[in-house]
Structures are given as C-alpha cells and as structure tokens.
Design a protein around this ligand. Structure first.
Ligand code: LLP
Length: 426
C-alpha cells in the first residue's frame, strides 16, 4: 500500500496536505510517508512467516538518517555498499553486526572500517578481493566473515543498466567457479566462510527469474553448507514496484488491483519460501525499492508552459539532478497535479526540467494535467533511488526532505543553501 491520496481537493501524504508542505518548505521537495515504510517492511516480514530470515534493507535506495532510524526500530538489518553507508547506519543507531557489505570495488580503508565495526558479512566479488580482506583482517588480528556473490547467469528481464545476474555483467563470480573458490578460500587463515550471496537485478516484475535463480543456486548452497558449514544464503533484492499507483481517496491497497500475473510481495513469498526452507539455513533478503519506492514523492512547481511547433513543454523547477531515473533508465514516474480539479482535462506534453541537457525530462509525449505557472505536480514513487542519486549538477541545491507520520511532518534534511554548495572549495 501507499499513503498518497486526494482529500479536500488536494493530494495528501497521510494526513498532511502536500500544497501546505510546498508553501512552507518550498519546491522542489521530497516527501516520504513513514506509514508506507513501516507497512512495506512489516508486510514482507509477515509474508516470510517462520522462514529463518533477516531483512537487510538496501541503504542505497534511500539513506536518510531518519529513514534508517525508522527501519532500525522495526528490527531491519542493512545492506551497505560503501564506508559512507556504514557510517550512516552507525549514525542512525544501527551497528555493523546488522550489516552486509556488498559491491565490486571495496577499498582497503572501507574493508578495515567494516571489520573494525564487527560487520556481519562482507560479500566478496573476486578472488583478489578475498585476498585483500584476508590481509586486512590479519593486520587487525581478526577473522573476517565473508560470502561470495555468485552470478547465476539468469536473465532478470529488466532494464539493462539494472540487470546484474548475467555472466556479461561485472557482478559476482561465475556460478561454475564458486565451489572451487570456496575450497581455496577455506585455506585463507583469516576468513570465515559465512554464507553465499546473489542479486540478479532490480525492478523485476515477474517471479520467474527469482525462481530460476534460486533453483539454479540451491544445489550449490547445499554443497557449501556441507563442505564449509555456511550459515546463510542471501537472495538479494530486486522486487519491483508499480510506478502508476492508484491515488483515489482512502488509500486503496493498489496491490489488490494488479493483474494476476503481476508480482506482489505475497506471491513472491509464496513462491520462494518453500524452496528456501528446504535449504535449512538463514535466508537474507536485501530489498530497497520495494520498501522505499512508493513511500516518497518529489513535489515540483510548474514554472512555464512553452508551446513549440512540435510539442508542448511544461517546464518545472526540478530536474534530472533531483531525480535522474527517467534520464538514466527511461524510468517511468506517474506525474499528477496536487490540485484534484486539475486531474482532467489532460494534454499531451513533455515535463522538463531547467538543466541544460535534452535528457532532462520527466516524461515525453504523455497525457498529463494541464498545469500552468505556479501549479504543483507530484512525481510519484520517488522514494527509492530519488534523493540518493541526486546531484548538484548545474550548481543546483538539493531539495529538502520531509517525513510525514500521520498528521506530523518533519524536515529530515534541510534544503541545501548556496553556501553549502561552495563550502568545500577554495
Ligand atoms: N542488493 C544488491 C547487491 C544490490 O546491488 C541492490 C541494488 C539491491 C540489493 C537492492 O535492489 P532493489 O530491491 O532496490 O531492487 N538506481 C536504479 C536501481 C539500482 C539498483 C542497484 N542495486 C534505479 O533507480 O532503478
């Protein structure tokens, strides 16, 4: 479910009017629903039932300290990909022992930082990395808990930039080589072979690739359990979301309105749990988008309408620096007016930002609300990979972030000032 709906003629996040938030805090503005974050976490946790599991939220999706704190309070673990993300988890009250550390290019300093903070597991992606982890652990007088990320060579059928489980992708170690690698790594003095990890891609909207990957890797898990006593198998993240959520009054449960062949978290759990239970070890999951995606929107104000000979453009005050998904992955975000009376009639237009790039658009040739200068729009489902991928390109300050919880709205990150932008420069 999500918590954005029209009430009293205006789009609300939970009980807070988004028009009021824009007036108070300016535009562009990221707004998140605490309720949606909680609901998605607990829904996944419940769907997994009595499977021995640990949810390690993928911090990269949305790494604001207040969001991490909220998830930490629910009992979530964290999947991190940098020393910076570990720092965030620690600052939010979490610990290294709740974290798995992913990524193809961890540095010596990052490995040291992770080991000093009692990391639960480092997921290695090459023999060279295992050698370095062993060396760093030896220097620290520690044993490093490690897993290897296996590349199962399964097609996730998602956008090529977020597909990770094929052998031509840079991620993981070829399925065929993993067993031998564990035998070799077992000889390293300062490594503890704790688990096996995989992640085949992001925004998967079908269960089939997940099943294919689990079934392909399951015999390897069993073999490694017998030979090396591994304690966990991480199946990664990747569960996709709907980028066109329904927005009617009363927060409808939009999972319920999907077609039968679409992926719900319950269907995901129903299919994977029995297959994983058989393995008899701890299962880790690393959801990012599923938890955060539909929990946030990016509010933006229409600055100008511009009618050209070929197209109509709605120029808004937010750009690809604030939300890069359409430019980078041709990502689709539903775009709706804050004023309910502007939902119709629709006009065909491009919604574009102020950045000096032709790729700076949020939609092209789409039927959208006929907003004019001063009207507000919401780019829906921007809670994951929105703010975390934002930049200061064109020397644009990053938007503020607001967390709504029922009737309360808190600034969880203030808008950057121009002084912030040059603070580190000489
Ligand atoms: N685990 C690993 C090892 C990952 O690389 C990722 C995401 C996840 C878990 C979480 O995946 P999720 O559940 O969120 O699909 N910026 C792109 C998505 C990049 C995903 C990178 N890895 C986007 O905006 O679509």
């Amino acid at each position: 479910m999500h918590s954005f709906h029209y009430k009293d003629g205006s789009l609300h996040c939970e009980d807070v009017n988004l028009a009021t938030l824009a007036k108070e805090h300016g535009s562009p503005l990221y707004v998140y629903s605490a309720h949606t974050f909680r609901d998605h976490y607990t829904r996944l946790d419940a769907a997994l039932g009595d499977l021995d599991h640990h949810i390690a939220y993928a911090v990269k999706a949305n790494s604001n300290l207040s969001i991490l704190r909220l998830l930490n309070e629910l009992g979530s673990g964290f999947d991190i990909v940098s020393g910076g993300e570990l720092y965030r988890v620690l600052q939010a009250g979490g610990s290294g022992s709740q974290c798995t550390f992913a990524g193809v290019g961890k540095t010596r300093d990052e490995l040291k930082y992770a080991l000093e903070n009692d990391i639960y597991c480092i997921n290695a992606e090459s023999i060279a990395e295992l050698e370095l982890i062993n060396e760093v652990a030896k220097d620290l007088g520690l044993t490093a808990p490690v897993a290897v990320r296996v590349n199962p060579n399964v097609d996730a059928k998602t956008h090529k930039y977020i597909s990770t489980g094929k052998s031509e992708n840079k991620f993981g170690i070829d399925f065929e080589l993993v067993s031998e690698l564990y035998d070799r790594a077992a000889g390293f003095t300062n490594l503890n072979l704790r688990g096996l990890q995989m992640h085949i891609g992001s925004q998967l909207r079908s269960i089939t690739p997940f099943i294919e990957a689990i079934e392909r890797v399951a015999p390897l898990v069993q073999q490694l359990k017998a030979a090396h006593n591994i304690e966990f198998f991480s199946i990664g993240g990747g569960v996709g979301i709907i980028y066109d959520p329904a927005l009617e009054s009363g927060s409808p449960d939009w999972w319920a309105q999907q077609n039968d062949d679409e992926l719900t978290i319950e269907k995901y759990a129903t299919e994977i749990v029995p297959r994983l239970k058989k393995l008899g070890l701890r299962i880790l999951l690393e959801p990012g988008r599923y938890i955060a995606g539909n929990a946030g929107v990016l509010l933006t104000e229409c600055l100008y309408e511009k009618k050209g000979s070929a197209k109509t453009f709605k120029v808004v005050d937010s750009g690809m620096n604030d939300l890069i998904r359409p430019a980078l992955y041709e990502g689709h975000h539903q775009i709706v007016p804050i004023r309910e009376d502007q939902r119709t009639p629709l006009v065909k237009a491009d919604v574009v930002g102020p950045i000096c790039e032709s790729g700076d658009f949020f939609c092209q040739d789409r039927d959208i609300a006929d907003v004019q200068s001063g009207d507000l729009l919401a780019l829906m489902s921007a809670g994951a990979y929105g703010f975390t991928m934002a930049s200061n390109y064109n020397t644009r300050p990053m938007p503020a972030e607001i967390l709504v919880d029922a009737t309360e709205a808190k600034v969880i990150r203030r808008r950057q000032s121009l002084e912030d932008l040059i603070a580190l420069e000489k």
